[in-house]
Design a protein around this ligand. Structure first.
Ligand code: SAH
Length: 400
């Protein structure tokens, strides 16, 4: 039953927490809570400042450091109905922005005003992730499923569980699996490239959808002999292949490379009969080897996993990025193209560009920036919530 706003539990926050909200952020940390008496885990709450002035409605977590995630400036009475409206709005928002793909992110948590919910679409399969106590409540789950089904008519809906997140949110363990329907694998097309998708396998929620527009941009500039380092299931390599004379993909995960090879087979026509070579190796070792044995390329993609999981890791992460970029730059021929990425939120765009400038100096290469890019538009960036912006993709050219 919807609750009248004045019967909602109230959480009082400190002036520091209130200032953060006034600056447009949507999180309040536990250390900024003054009182949260009798508030149940995952509740819809009323937030007030230290004097009791209302600041809006939010979802509460009893265990996360992010204790409060704001959902509205106004009183909210019927949470499932509000969430359904927001899912519909997220779908509508993407209609003019997302083209040339059957796979994209449908809901991106805070950036779609649905904190704690991620939904990806792979053709007629939807994959969802629930990251907070509030989104895990039964009436909320039912509302999410009902709206997604009514709007997108998926053949099946699958839940990908991150056990660590459930533990942090003190939610009971749950297995990943089908919530609706029985189809768990499909093929989808993105930028005219076909990909296999198996909802019950793979990293994250499957493919790296955030790189979709960067694949197309990289393909636009790449030529000659190309190396795709950290290639996973071949996202960049497959896009580059029609434009290049030779492409090699490198990853340390054999299962990822097996899918990459199947993806290449699926795209024979698109690849114009070109074969891609897949190498299972540690990228750091391979780049060290190759750069000291005088190998050269015309295009190199670097798309490593996030090196900085927290702010503490920043220096070590930047050293890791620099080593990779330095070695890649040494291997690029004059006029060669570097496509270098970082998906670590804690490495800012200025940090990343500074690292690249320093790698270029040490590699004795002069670089010109062609494009400084971010995540695809189906992963919106909420301007006042910097955490929603995490992907950097720089495309640069080595001076002739
Ligand atoms: N470029 C890919 C996504 C890369 S994700 C795409 O667009 O789909 C990061 C990849 O790095 C994963 O596939 C992971 O298996 C791989 N990886 C992690 N550490 C590695 C290492 N030391 N050497 C090589 N590959 C590594």
């Amino acid at each position: 039953m919807p609750k009248a706003p004045d019967t909602l539990p109230t959480v009082k926050i400190s002036p520091r927490g209130a200032t953060r909200l006034k600056d447009g952020h949507v999180w309040v940390y536990r250390s900024d809570i003054i009182s949260a008496d009798d508030v149940l885990p995952g509740s819809l709450i009323r937030v007030t400042d230290h004097r009791g002035k209302p600041l809006g409605s939010a979802l509460y977590s009893s265990s996360s450091q992010i204790a409060i995630r704001m959902i509205s400036h106004d009183p909210v009475t019927d949470l499932p109905a509000l969430l359904r409206q927001r899912i519909a709005a997220a779908i509508e928002y993407r209609a003019p922005l997302v083209t040339d793909t059957e796979a994209y992110r449908v809901v991106f948590s805070e950036a779609d005003f649905l904190p704690g919910l991620i939904v990806d679409r792979y053709g007629d399969i939807l994959s969802l992730q629930i990251l907070t106590q509030a989104m895990d409540a039964d009436p909320v789950r039912e509302a999410i499923l009902a709206e997604l089904t009514a709007r997108l008519h998926p053949a099946s809906l699958i839940e990908r569980v991150d056990p660590r997140v459930r533990e942090l949110e003190t939610l009971p363990p749950r297995a990943s699996g089908l919530l609706q329907g029985d189809k768990s694998a499909t093929t989808f097309t993105m930028n005219r490239v076909q990909f296999l998708y198996d909802a019950l396998e793979g990293q994250k929620t499957g493919a790296f959808l955030d790189q979709r527009e960067n694949y197309a941009a990289a393909a636009h500039y790449a030529k000659g002999e190309a190396l795709d380092v950290f290639c996973y299931q071949g996202g960049f390599a497959l896009h580059l292949a029609p434009h290049c004379s030779q492409v090699t993909g490198v990853d340390s995960s054999r299962p990822a490379l097996e899918v990459a090879d199947q993806n290449a087979k699926l795209n024979q026509t698109f690849l114009k009969g070109k074969e891609i070579e897949w190498i299972e190796a540690n990228a750091f070792d391979l780049l060290k080897d190759y750069s000291s044995s005088d190998r050269h390329y015309d295009a190199i993609v670097l798309d490593p996993p996030a090196f900085a999981k927290s702010k503490r890791d920043l220096d070590a992460a930047l050293r890791g990025y620099k080593e990779l970029n330095l070695r890649a730059l040494k291997m690029l021929r004059p006029g060669g193209i570097l496509v270098t990425c970082s998906c670590s939120y804690h490495v800012s765009q200025p940090n990343f560009l500074e690292m690249l400038a320093s790698a270029a100096l040490d590699a004795h290469r002069t670089l010109r920036l062609i494009e400084v890019r971010g995540q695809a538009k189906d992963h919106p960036v909420l301007l006042n919530v910097s955490e929603t912006s995490y992907l950097k993709c720089v495309i640069a050219s080595v001076r002739y």
